[in-house]
Structures are given as structure tokens and as C-alpha cells.
Design a binder for this molecule. Structure first.
Ligand code: FES
Length: 157
């Protein structure tokens, strides 16, 4: 199935064009629009982005596959990204991870059967002073405890 930008996304990209030195320079904003629109960047979307940017599809493929924040396959509605770097590791990340895996019944890199949650471990989220931390979609959660993780997950639809 082919990918088409929504009219709203297309207009937003077109308005950005004035601020960029070339259409190709809009590669990252265009890929983010795809992510927001359908949650992942599949081959059809890469082709559509390439056509819109007027570049060969392989250029889009190179960028989309380089950045780990771009998903090439569908993921859960709530993407849990638990920081695994030093401060969080020293402040109890392992216990939080074990709890998440048990509670959700999945391993890192997997998605729950109902499609609600995908669990990932990521490098430093830039909030070392409030470790351990996790990000779910665009929201950062700090000073995690097992109880706090339960509250957060229960508050999500
Ligand atoms: S080490 Fe976890 S936020 Fe920096």
C-alpha cells in the first residue's frame, strides 16, 4: 500500500521549505512527519518521502535506518524507553527493567500482544540527576521506583 502525507503534514512541510537551504535538507522533518502520521517508516513511506524531496530512495533509506528513533516496523502505542546508562544503572535501572519485563510479559525489543507497549533500553536521556528515568513516547518520567512505574503504566490508555 502506498504512503501519502496528510494534507496537514504536506502543508506543514511546504511551509518549512522557506526556512531550509534546499528541499533535501527537509529529510528529517519529513521522516518525523511520517513517524507522527503512521508510527513507523516503511518502504512505501521512504519512497513517498524520496519523491517529495526529489532525491533517490536510497538516500532516505540511509537516513531512516541510521537513527534509532525512527522505527521501520510498527511498534506499540506506548514506547517505553528505559535509560541504561551509568547514572540510571547505578540508581536501580536493573530492578525497574526486571519489573517492566515481568509486568508486561515481554523482553527488551518486544511488543505486548495487545499492541499497547514496546519495551526498549536507550542510552542517556539527559536527565542523570533524576535517575533512574524512562521516556514513554514524548514524556520523560524521573526518579522511578517500582511503585511509580506501576502508577504511570496504569495511567496510560
Ligand atoms: S544516565 Fe540515565 S539519564 Fe543519563
Amino acid at each position: 500500500m502506498s504512503f501519502t502525507f496528510t494534507e496537514e503534514n504536506l502543508q506543514a512541510l511546504e511551509s518549512l521549505e522557506k526556512r531550509y537551504p534546499s528541499k533535501e535538507a527537509l529529510m528529517l522533518p519529513a521522516l518525523w512527519k511520517v513517524m507522527r502520521q503512521q508510527g513507523h517508516i516503511d518502504t512505501e513511506a521512504m519512497v513517498a518521502v524520496a519523491e517529495w524531496l526529489e532525491v533517490p530512495p536510497v538516500k532516505v533509506y540511509g537516513v531512516a535506518t541510521f537513527y534509532t528513533m525512527f522505527h521501520l516496523e510498527p511498534i506499540g502505542r506506548h514506547h517505553i524507553q528505559l535509560c541504561k546508562t551509568l547514572s540510571c544503572a547505578l540508581c536501580g535501572k536493573a530492578d525497574i527493567l526486571a519489573h517492566l519485563k515481568k509486568k508486561l510479559g515481554i523482553e527488551v525489543g518486544e511488543t505486548t500482544e495487545d499492541g499497547r507497549f514496546t519495551l526498549s533500553q536507550v542510552e542517556c536521556l539527559g536527565s542523570c540527576g533524576t535517575a533512574p528515568v524512562m521516556q514513554i513516547n514524548d514524556t520523560l518520567y524521573e526518579n522511578l521506583t517500582i511503585e511509580k512505574v506501576d502508577e504511570i503504566l496504569e495511567g496510560l490508555e
